[in-house]
Design a protein around this ligand. Structure first.
Ligand code: CUA
Length: 341
């Protein structure tokens, strides 16, 4: 009875575990060419190593069964010398060695082909420079036209089907760029330039996560990747390259002057306002993003207020200091930020 219960529990655990194979942050649900390539090698490795593992277990079981049978058949210890079964041992070993060699050659071939595919970026890629900071991401799109040069933070947009070459930099310590649904992980290393190619093959919003321990808030160093059709991407690009509009309401105008006179302006840039610092994320189109604080909070009025009122409470150790503000000042600044669409 207990055994049967354990078997059912195992099946249930497997179902629950496999249920986690779909989602916005999993390499088991590839939505990019590179992730698909990696998925192929993963499946081949799993199959080959799984078969090898089962064979080893089967031979072990057979050896145990054989030893027990030999012991039962005789009085005294099993005889380890010549027996009819041993005649096949040499042939068995030869076959086993051939199997291992075939497995290794197969894995090497698949690895070679996948590496070749990963190195082949494809025609007319878009270029993005991503810079990792403790603990947020800056993205600079580098196009041919001025309207294709935009700066944003913690959210990438990519057109479906078109390759993107992402140049990876780090400002402080080593981080790692990883969007499991789209591509493999690549480190961002201070003083060094790395690259990762991403060719999205499915529409959707995927989650990226820093994959190299980089300090206290490493876990809260995430970003969104929005894969959209080329038209929607062009529209997003056009909106991002525009300057922020002047706020219309009194409270938002007050918020802007507070933003420009308090410590906010020491770190953030808002194109179109008197704010040009680049220490923290560019806020020109803040409200177009899904999250704030590098995925730590949703981008809602309440979360914006909470974040500005007490950044260290939300994300201890973050470089964003608490700026002393009255509640009406905080409200005005958030009202201004909400105009940054
Ligand atoms: Cu950046 Cu971990």
């Amino acid at each position: 009875m207990i055994r049967r219960g354990a078997a059912w529990l195992t099946v249930l655990a497997a179902v629950v575990t496999l249920g986690g194979c779909r989602g916005v942050q999993t390499m088991l649900d590839p939505a990019g060419q590179q992730a698909r390539d990696i998925d192929v090698i993963w499946r081949v490795m799993l199959a080959v190593c799984g078969v090898m593992y089962l064979l080893v277990l089967a031979f072990l079981a057979w050896a145990l069964w054989r030893a027990r049978r030999a012991r039962d058949a005789r009085d005294g210890p099993p005889v380890t010398g010549e027996s009819p079964a041993d005649a096949g041992l040499g042939r068995g070993l030869t076959g086993w060695t051939a199997l291992i060699a075939a497995g290794l050659v197969g894995l090497t071939t698949v690895s070679f082909l996948v590496d070749r595919s990963l190195a082949d970026v494809g025609p007319s890629p878009i270029h993005i420079r991503v810079t990792a900071n403790q603990w947020w991401w800056q993205a600079d799109y580098q196009g041919d036209a001025p309207s294709e040069n935009i700066t944003t933070a913690n959210e990438l947009h990519l057109p479906l089907g078109r390759p993107a070459v992402i140049e990876l930099h780090a400002n402080d310590v080593i981080h790692s760029f990883w969007v499991p649904n789209l591509a493999g992980k690549v480190d961002l290393i201070p003083g060094r330039t790395n690259y990762v190619a991403v060719t999205p093959k499915r529409l959707g919003v995927f989650r990226g996560q820093c994959a190299e321990f980089c300090g206290w808030q490493h876990a809260k160093m995430a970003f969104d990747v929005v894969v959209e059709d080329p038209k929607a991407f062009a529209a997003w690009m056009a909106r991002q390259s525009a300057s922020a509009a002047q706020p219309a309401s009194f409270e938002a105008t007050l918020g802007q002057s507070l933003f420009e006179s308090k410590a906010c302006v020491m770190c953030h840039r808002i194109q179109g306002a008197n704010a040009g610092a680049t220490v923290g994320p560019d806020l020109t189109h803040l409200m177009s993003r899904r999250h704030i604080a590098a995925g730590a909070l949703a981008n809602t009025r309440g979360d914006l207020q909470a974040w500005i009122a007490d950044p260290q409470g939300v994300k201890p150790g973050t470089r964003m200091p608490r700026v002393p503000l009255s509640s009406s000042e905080l409200n005005a600044i958030v009202t201004y930020l909400e105009t940054l669409s």
